[in-house]
Design a protein around this ligand. Structure first.
Ligand code: FPP
Length: 263
């Protein structure tokens, strides 16, 4: 279960108290009482951002990491419970080796640089994906960051790393099978499967944001986004900022969610 501080209460020392909870610096109004509990983001467009500037792709990723921090802070400030970001997919291993290595280094640098501040802001770091497939240095950095921030209860920053939804589903079913008594003929239910997913215990995303204009899910949280509202912006991830986040939340709040009913 997620431990919450509650909206508008128990905010950390780094909070800007003079700012109304539902307003960004840009003044896009969002309704504090109807916030998504869980926001998921496909941070796409780093490569194009770099290419447009005649830079190597890695510079786009570097800028992408810098873009993440204000989004994490703003989500925590607003009172969002979980922010899940797609940082490295099971398919991203097919990229040129130097790019993969650069992404892993950026992850380690990000954790080394930001963990203490995230903890101070009440952000607890978690990971989804097959962590055992990551380089040992990245695994160690993650373990340390997760342990260091475990007691933080304001928001979960969930990093999807070596994550693919199909891989997650297969790992979940295999784990479930292993847990069944030998010789039994168990039947897997939706609720049971959800308990074996990497996201066990977390609410499903209410809002999925994808930057850079592509309209696809790219093997991200396929089970969990069954009723998620999807928001696509043409903005490339390194340019995505809290104002864009507010625009996405404002759009989410205009949607009528019916969950298959008639509303
Ligand atoms: C997609 O852009 C982005 C990725 C594959 C990596 C996303 C990673 C980050 C934003 C930084 C790492 C995050 C952490 C937490 C350290 P792309 O390269 O596919 O862009 P393109 O479609 O324009 O080529």
């Amino acid at each position: 279960m997620i431990r919450r501080l509650g909206r508008g209460k128990g905010r950390g020392p780094t909070e800007e108290p003079q700012q109304a909870p539902g307003l960004s610096g840009a003044g896009i109004a969002t309704e504090p009482s109807r916030l998504p509990r869980h926001v998921a983001i496909i941070m796409d467009g780093n490569g194009r951002w770099a290419r447009q500037r005649g830079m190597p792709r890695v510079m786009g990723h570097r800028q992408g990491v810098l873009a993440l921090k204000p989004i994490v802070r703003e989500c925590a400030r607003l009172g969002i419970e979980v922010l899940t970001v797609y940082a490295f997919s099971t398919e991203n291993w097919t990229r040129p080796r130097p790019e993969v290595e650069a992404l892993m280094n950026l992850l380690c640098e990000f954790l080394a640089r930001e963990t203490a501040e995230l903890k101070a802001e009440g952000v607890s770091i978690r990971v989804i994906g097959d962590v055992s497939g990551l380089p040992p240095a990245a695994q160690r950095a993650l373990e340390e960051a997760i342990a260091a921030t475990a007691s933080a209860s304001r928001m979960i920053l969930n990093l999807a790393l070596n994550y693919g939804a199909r891989n997650e589903l297969v790992r979940a079913v295999n784990r479930w099978l292993k847990a069944q008594p030998p010789g039994s003929r168990p039947v897997l239910t939706e609720a049971e499967l959800a308990r074996y997913l990497d996201t066990a215990g977390l609410p499903d995303p209410d809002l999925l944001i994808r930057s850079s204009g592509e309209e696809r899910l790219s093997n991200f949280l396929l089970w969990q986004v069954a009723y998620t509202e999807i928001y696509v912006t043409k903005t490339l991830w390194p340019d995505f900022n809290p104002e864009e986040l507010h625009r996405a939340i404002a759009e989410y709040q205009r949607r009528q969610r019916r969950f298959g009913g008639i509303g």
